[in-house]
Design a protein around this ligand. Structure first.
Ligand SMILES: C[S@@+](CC[C@H](N)C(=O)[O-])C[C@H]1O[C@@H](n2cnc3c(N)ncnc32)[C@H](O)[C@@H]1O
Length: 258
């Protein structure tokens, strides 16, 4: 079976798990704080991501920060709490936009956090620039013909990583001269060089700020992964999967060509 077929199975298992979950509450706790969770917004408690390592991102030095696919808006709120003066959360999902506004209000940073409905950068206004851009993107490649534009497919799947590629490429134009892109990403099953290859192709150098091994992935998602896929020898048909917080710095030539 192709790696992307496995990714399809895992992504669909996670979606099915979400819909079958009758224990999910509309408020959850993470990082010692309470957060609102609206329906059909990715629940960070399923698989806490970059927000666990937010202290590795220099928010205190940023005037402006953009969170792509902000979901509940945790990273946007953490950026504002850490001192970033202007934070913009963008998401395709209107519930995520509302959810980000709710959490900004809950944590007293609504004056610094704005959220907009947006397909990638479509809602960025002319002239807006950012010192940091972050995304915890849809992790899974999947055959294009399978994926529709439902909010859960948009949340989980990115056929051929076309969105991730556009996110990186178009982000170059929105960064301040010292600006950087941050990505929370699980390297694709069977394709451990994916992010490095995409970074090279789109014009960044890559620095891994944090790497989390597969066996640290929370129990909540473990049953979505076919048992024969994890923990084995990658050379033996098994997939290795790690999660990373990655810092991407534009190559000088990319900035010069703007
Ligand atoms: C894996 S979730 C991460 C949510 C949140 N950032 C977090 O870490 O909890 C991916 C998010 O990206 C959003 N998304 C997917 N495609 C998008 C697009 N083309 N433009 C904007 N947001 C998108 C989804 O709606 C979803 O909220």
């Amino acid at each position: 079976m192709e790696a992307r077929d496995f990714e399809l199975i895992i992504g669909q298992n996670i979606i099915d798990r979400y819909h079958a979950d009758d224990t999910r509450s509309d408020v959850f706790e993470l990082l010692g704080r309470q957060w609102d969770l609206l329906d059909d917004v990715w629940p960070p408690a399923y698989s806490p991501g970059g927000e666990l390592y937010a202290d590795l991102i220099p928010f205190g030095e940023m005037s402006a920060f953009l969170e792509m696919g902000c979901g509940t808006g945790i990273m946007s709120v953490l950026a504002a709490l850490a001192g970033t003066k202007r934070v913009l959360g963008l998401d395709l999902n209107p519930n995520a936009v509302r959810n980000t506004e709710m959490n900004a209000k809950r944590h007293g940073v609504a004056d610094r956090v704005t959220a907009r409905e947006s397909d990638l950068y479509s809602a960025v206004e002319p002239g807006e620039k950012f010192d940091g851009i972050y995304w915890n993107p849809p992790f899974f490649d999947a055959p294009e013909e399978f994926v529709d534009n439902s909010i859960w497919h948009e949340t989980m799947f990115d056929p051929n990583f076309a969105k991730l590629r556009t996110f990186l490429k178009d982000g170059l134009d929105l960064l301040t001269p010292s600006g950087k892109v941050y990505l929370w990403f699980g390297e694709a099953l069977g394709n451990p060089t994916l992010v490095g290859d995409l970074a090279k192709e789109t014009g960044y150098t890559l620095n891994i700020l944090k790497k989390v091994e597969m066996d640290e992935i929370p129990e909540a998602l473990a049953d979505a992964f076919p048992a024969d896929l994890v923990g084995g020898d990658p050379g033996n048909g098994h997939a290795a999967w790690h999660l990373h917080l990655i810092e991407l710095t534009p190559l000088k030539s990319s900035l010069n060509s703007q």
